[in-house]
Design a protein around this ligand. Structure first.
Ligand code: C5P
Length: 217
């Protein structure tokens, strides 16, 4: 769009889970629905930004005005994020698997003696940390999410430093936030912590996009 407070800006957003194949018919996944990331993409497009939404497998419709790139694995997500640069701001909302399995080429069979197969796991790249420390095309504003069930704010602050992000949006997932319409976020920055109180994911998205707009202007 050529109108709105984010006109002329490019926002890069990741959302949803990743699927990490074990063999041709099985995968490792997580409970991310993609709803928060999609809401942020929709809010950014409404504000006039050009929006690239790199999405893991979800069942949500593409928000109006958003360019969606579908991926399955963390490695595909990392490549799609790199391909979408440069961006003015990046919001990494995806629940990226920490590991992928060394996938078997054929379906793993149950052995006659009942021995369970062992999965060999390999670490995935940290897409957020990679962007925050990008040698040539670091977005001006790099934002991560931290979904935690325990020690929410301490973990979020640790993540801010460890990953080199500008902001971490801390997300208490001890209730039924995963897949639900409501959320309770804290915005964690070098300046401190803001409690945003429980609200609809759509309203949280609008609020975050307003903050991004402020920060980029
Ligand atoms: O360390 P943790 O997975 O809790 O960090 C969450 C944040 O890091 C989210 O913003 C998520 O999108 C991002 N992340 C990532 N690549 C990974 C793991 C997490 O971009 N491999």
């Amino acid at each position: 769009s050529t109108r709105g407070p984010l006109a002329g800006r490019h926002l890069l957003i990741t959302a949803g889970p990743t699927h990490e194949p074990i063999d041709p018919v099985r995968y490792i996944a997580n409970r991310s629905s993609g709803r928060q990331g999609y809401a942020i993409a929709a809010a950014a497009a409404r504000a006039g930004a050009r929006v690239t939404l790199v999405s893991g497998p979800v069942t949500l419709p593409t928000p109006p005005g958003v360019t969606r790139v579908d991926v399955e694995t963390a490695l595909e997500m990392a490549a799609a994020v790199e391909a979408a640069l440069p961006a003015d701001a990046a919001v990494m909302v995806a629940a990226v698997a920490d590991w992928h399995a060394e996938a078997a080429a054929a379906k793993i069979k149950k052995p006659a003696d009942g021995t369970p197969p062992a999965l060999s796991l390999v670490e995935n790249p940290d897409i957020l940390a990679g962007l925050a420390r990008h040698a040539t095309r670091r977005p001006r504003l790099v934002i991560g999410f931290a979904a935690e069930t325990d020690d929410l704010l301490a973990n979020a602050q640790a993540k801010l430093t460890r990953k080199g992000a500008d902001w971490i949006v801390a997300n208490d997932v001890s209730g039924d936030v995963m897949g639900g319409a409501d959320t309770h976020l804290h915005l964690v920055t070098a300046a401190g912590i803001e409690d945003w109180q429980p609200m609809r994911k759509d309203d949280a998205a609008t609020r975050l996009v307003a903050r991004i707009t402020e920060s980029l202007s």
